[in-house]
Design a protein around this ligand. Structure first.
Ligand code: AHR
Length: 336
């Protein structure tokens, strides 16, 4: 499926507003002693200070149906509209060809949420040769950093660690835990799993099983049904790498006649509204936040990159941990 949305300053229904932040200063020109005879493509596209109103961004989103993903897409669209930047948003299975569409659109900067870690080298090199800065968003890639501008997203290992530390608080005497991960080859899964195991090292907690629920509610339910059949009363807790899958698992636990949140304690990643509702209902015990509302922060980085400013190699989204105590108060204002 291919979905391309374009939001541009001045389009019907899109009120163009003044930039939220002043344009970033241009990088002082370096003073080469001898100018090259023929400029490279990258030099030809030498960066000039930009404003949001003349900023063209192409964003390749991961094509996934979840509340978290929808919230992150909406945040980008709203942020672009608010500052009057042009945003070409592409959601399709073939992300490499989506990147090539961005390159041929001659945008100022590209954002990419890579569905997988590997396989990017050729197309990243094409963006580099075209002189278009590329910001990897949300999930890191396994590639030399000189092929892209920056990574902007979460520290997934830390998210896994936080979940593990919270698990230690829930099960101080140890116990049997099952894990439902995201897609097998996604960095979000690999790193959350790593951090979780690190935190549990030396404890009496036994990780009974770990299977991929593909960040899907239906799959999360299916996997939990299987775990319950296989391990019966041995499961004291579940670590789910996303709220979507946790909600599916809660259904499975209830349908099997068990009580989620008490008989089987649950920690999940994302901290979306669904997790808050589950915590308020006493069915979930902690949610480790991954905030998808990073549209404004991303556009700020995009403007800087398009203006030739050097970005930090790794930029983090701010996040925290929520427990049922704070959930009821925060639920009404939760935006995703
Ligand atoms: O890459 C981030 C992950 O993708 C979120 O934690 C998950 O819910 C989403 O679908």
């Amino acid at each position: 499926m291919l979905i391309i949305f374009t939001a541009a300053a001045g389009l019907a229904g899109c009120q163009s507003t003044p930039p939220a932040a002043p344009a970033s200063p241009a990088v002082p020109p370096s003073s080469p002693t001898i100018a090259p005879a023929v400029p490279t493509a990258a030099q030809a596209a030498a960066k000039q200070s930009k404003n949001y109103s003349d900023l063209k961004v192409c964003f390749v989103q991961w094509n996934e149906k979840s509340d978290w993903r929808a919230a992150s897409t909406a945040s980008l669209q709203e942020a672009a509209q608010a500052v009057g930047a042009s945003l070409q948003l592409i959601e399709q299975e073939d992300q490499v060809s989506a990147l090539r569409t961005c390159i041929s659109s001659k945008v100022d900067v590209i954002g990419l949420v890579p569905g997988v870690e590997t396989g990017w080298e050729t197309v990243f090199q094409e963006a580099k040769t075209a002189g278009i800065p590329l910001i990897v968003v949300d999930r890191p890639v396994s590639l030399s950093q000189d092929l892209y501008t920056a990574f902007f997203g979460s520290d997934f290992v830390e998210e896994g660690r936080k979940a593990g530390q919270q698990m230690l608080k829930l099960l101080p005497q140890g116990g049997g835990v099952v894990e439902i991960t995201g897609p097998e080859n996604s960095t979000a899964s690999l790193e959350r799993a790593k951090g979780f195991r690190e935190a549990l090292q030396g404890s009496k907690i036994v990780l009974l099983d770990s299977q991929s629920g593909d960040f899907s509610r239906t799959k999360g339910k299916e996997i939990m049904v299987g775990f319950l059949k296989k391990y019966e009363k041995k499961i004291q807790a579940l670590y789910s790498h996303s709220d979507e899958m946790a909600v599916g698992a809660i259904q499975a636990i209830e349908e099997a006649g068990n009580k989620p949140g008490t008989e089987i304690q649950i920690i999940s990643n994302d901290a979306s509204r669904a997790a808050f509702e589950a915590m308020v209902a006493g069915k979930m015990n902690a949610a480790v936040e991954y905030n998808p509302l990073f549209g404004p922060q991303f556009l700020d980085l995009a403007l800087k990159a398009a203006s030739g400013e050097k970005l930090e190699a790794r930029i983090s989204v701010e996040e925290t941990i929520y427990t049922p105590g704070k959930a009821a108060k925060l639920l009404p204002t939760r935006k995703y």
